[in-house]
Design a protein around this ligand. Structure first.
Ligand code: AGP
Length: 603
């Protein structure tokens, strides 16, 4: 998830672009760049790392008079965070910045290379500018070339492009990634990925819809959809920056729960098509000679690993064990070279997980990192990396990072199943169908959120919570309990439902709150009888299920029940919202809970 800005006007352009990018650093900052065109002269600057490095690089440069400029902060999805991979990407006389993923970039890149184009970056974005310049050769004008270009792109994008073939003009397009145009009464025109950079500059905004594109220059804005010109709809702009950075949500955690639909879509893009799973980051040999997968992680990432272990064994027919990194590093583990060592980490900097990875490397094992931060310590050390593409996660309590980790792992299970031929094509096709539904499944429904908000008032005390589930819903129970503990400071335990009778049921009384995950597709009858045992002992039950459960004191009805992982993701959102609404009622700082850090870089 990157941030893009643009400007058309007479003010000093470099500082305006840098200020705008500063407001977007929450979207990504492993590299940044700007390009400014005045008449037919274009200057550009790029820098790796934080925005201050770009500011340092451009400190002696400033503009005078009218011009147009575009800028970008990057959160790597394709290609390492390097200066070459930083945006803007250059053609011979055009420059482009992009947020999103071009799903068909490899075939486009191949065609362009065969036609003699030289690429300098590993990114998907670079195809856009070369394709535009190629189209320009047989188009009546730059707008037609731009239109042809975006018609060819598949995937998600928010694009700003400037070119010497159209001085004083910015071309724009939006599909799947946000892009807003701002205007004011001085005739200035602004572009940004979110409201924040527009506040105190623009007075009205145009929230572009998917499929809208066009160009802007000193004469104004021309907007199109499906080759038809359309009138831009302007609305007043909010004035609260913090509110804007949170996209109007109360907390970053809430925003990130709502973002899961978009980012899980990004995680899947380019990896699940034509009835198969692809990971361009992997080679099939990664699984050669491997008889076991050992996963090592901490906290929420550990729960994602636990979930996948059921799937690796059940579908890829490969032994899979999961270890807590802080335990693993001191247990003198027996490691054999036929083990693929997988570490999962949102930050890529967790000390225990990093040390576990070092141990596996030292023992000569093949290593794979599933991580959200490119160029992090864990990514730099692992032999292979799959990026989760969740974008920056600001809330300390992990939500979208977990969702994208589980999605990557589920796809990895299928990728290995394809290589090991353990599943029929029909089964894989079924799994892919379920995968493609997840972005919709995790979209938060207002009615559901309202119900959870109301419900949460009943769960603000008690002597504890048990989250219970079976099979993949046991790690989800652990994760739900962790979410609640982290931000409400109430005690909660995740427990295998079948284990309650081996002791914990002694705790059952009306003050013990049991959150029961009761999917229809996984051992429903068994979990039902476990919950009945608790209800018979007067435990207070909140049942989450597609099937009515009359013994529940509270009941949240889920919509989907035709695939275990679809039920998993739907219940995941419910447990995240429940923890958040309870914490909000308790008046806690949901984004920065006491005693916690976003990344535990010490033992
Ligand atoms: C999850 O909500 C917590 N913030 C924490 O358990 C986290 O998952 C754990 O510290 C691991 O972090 P990592 O994924 O960055 O390695």
């Amino acid at each position: 998830m990157c941030g893009i800005v643009g400007y058309i006007g007479n003010r000093e352009i470099k500082s305006l672009l840098l200020e705008g990018l500063k407001e977007l650093e929450y979207r990504g900052y492993d590299s940044a760049g700007i390009a400014i065109m005045q008449k037919d002269d274009i200057r550009y600057f790029k820098a790796v790392g934080k925005l201050k490095n770009l500011a340092e690089k451009t400190k002696d440069f400033k503009t005078e008079g009218f011009g147009v400029g575009i800028g970008h902060t990057r959160w790597a999805t394709h290609g390492k965070p390097t200066e070459l991979n930083a945006h803007p990407h250059l053609g011979e006389f055009s420059y482009v910045v992009h947020n999103g993923i071009i799903e068909n970039y490899q075939e486009l890149k191949k065609e362009l290379i065969e036609s003699g184009v030289n690429f300098v970056s590993q990114t998907d974005t670079e195809v856009i500018v070369h394709l535009f310049e190629k189209n320009l050769k047989n188009s009546k004008d730059p707008m037609e070339a731009f239109e042809k270009t975006i018609e060819t792109l598949k995937g998600a994008y928010a694009i700003l492009l400037i070119t010497k073939s159209a001085p004083d003009t910015i071309f724009f397009a939006r599909k799947g990634s946000p892009l807003i145009i701002g205007t004011n009464d001085k005739g200035e025109i602004f572009f940004a990925s979110s409201d924040a950079p527009l506040i105190s500059n623009a007075t009205e905004v145009i929230y572009l819809e998917d499929g809208e594109y066009g160009y802007a220059n000193k004469e104004g804005i021309k907007l199109f959809a499906n080759k038809e010109e359309k009138e831009p709809v302007k609305v007043p702009l909010t004035t609260d920056k913090q509110y804007a950075q949170k996209g109007g949500f109360r907390f970053f955690m809430e925003k990130e729960i709502y973002e899961q639909s978009e980012v899980v879509g990004d995680t899947i893009l380019g990896r699940a098509s034509n009835g198969k799973i692809y990971f361009e980051e992997l080679k099939e040999e990664i699984i050669e000679g491997i008889n076991e997968i050992k996963i090592c992680a901490c906290g929420t990432s550990y729960h994602a690993g636990l979930t996948s272990a059921y799937l690796f064994e059940r579908m890829a027919k490969i032994r899979c064990s999961v270890e807590i990194a802080s335990e693993f590093r001191y247990k003198e583990p027996l490691l054999t070279k036929d083990t693929l060592f997988v570490v999962i980490s949102q930050s890529g900097e967790t000390a225990d997980t990093l040390e576990a990875l070092r141990m596996a490397k030292k023992a000569g094992l093949k290593t794979l990192a599933i991580c959200n931060v490119d160029n992090s310590s864990i990514v730099r050390l692992a032999d292979y990396t799959i990026l989760t593409r969740a974008g920056i996660e600001k809330g300390v309590a992990s939500t979208k990072a977990f969702a994208t980790q589980v999605m990557v792992l589920w796809m990895l299970v299928l990728y290995f199943s394809q290589i090991r031929k353990t599943l029929s094509d029909e089964t894989i096709a079924n799994e892919l169908k379920a995968i493609r539904r997840i972005p919709k499944v995790v979209k938060v429904k207002d009615k559901l959120h309202e119900k959870i908000k109301r419900l949460s008032k009943r769960y603000l005390h008690g002597h504890g919570f048990f989250y219970i589930g079976r099979d993949i819903f046991f790690p989800l129970a652990l994760e739900g309990a962790l979410k609640l503990k982290e931000i409400s400071y109430l005690h909660a335990e995740g427990y295998p439902a079948g284990e309650m009778k081996h002791g914990p049921i002694a705790l059952a009384d009306s003050e013990l709150f049991t959150i029961a995950l009761m999917p229809k597709t996984v051992h429903y009858d068994k979990i039902k009888s476990n919950v009945e045992e608790l209800s018979a002992r007067d435990a207070t039950i909140l049942a989450i299920s597609p099937v009515e459960f009359e013994l529940a004191d509270d009941f949240i009805k889920t919509e989907y029940f035709d695939h275990p992982m679809i039920e998993f993701f739907e219940m995941m959102v419910i447990t995240q919202l429940l923890a958040m609404e309870i914490a909000i009622r308790l008046g806690n700082d949901v984004d920065m809970p006491r005693n916690l850090a976003k990344s535990v870089t010490v033992e």
